[in-house]
Design a protein around this ligand. Structure first.
Ligand SMILES: [Zn+2]
Length: 56
């Protein structure tokens, strides 16, 4: 069985932090996962306010 590679950087994974090579890469993956899951609340502000203050 060949050593699995870190999905983030491609280095050989560490048993302590697998499938990642280090906690750093595990954190990177976690951040990606969280940002995808929560879709960043700030986006709501950019969809346009309910009653847009239009200035003629
Ligand atoms: Zn890595």
């Amino acid at each position: 069985m060949s050593a699995p590679q870190c999905p983030i950087c491609g280095k050989p994974s560490d048993p302590a932090t697998r499938p990642f090579c280090s906690k750093r890469c595990a954190d990177v993956d976690l951040q990606r996962w969280l940002s995808g899951r929560y879709a960043i609340p700030a986006v709501e502000d950019q969809e346009g306010p309910p009653d847009a203050p239009e200035e003629d």
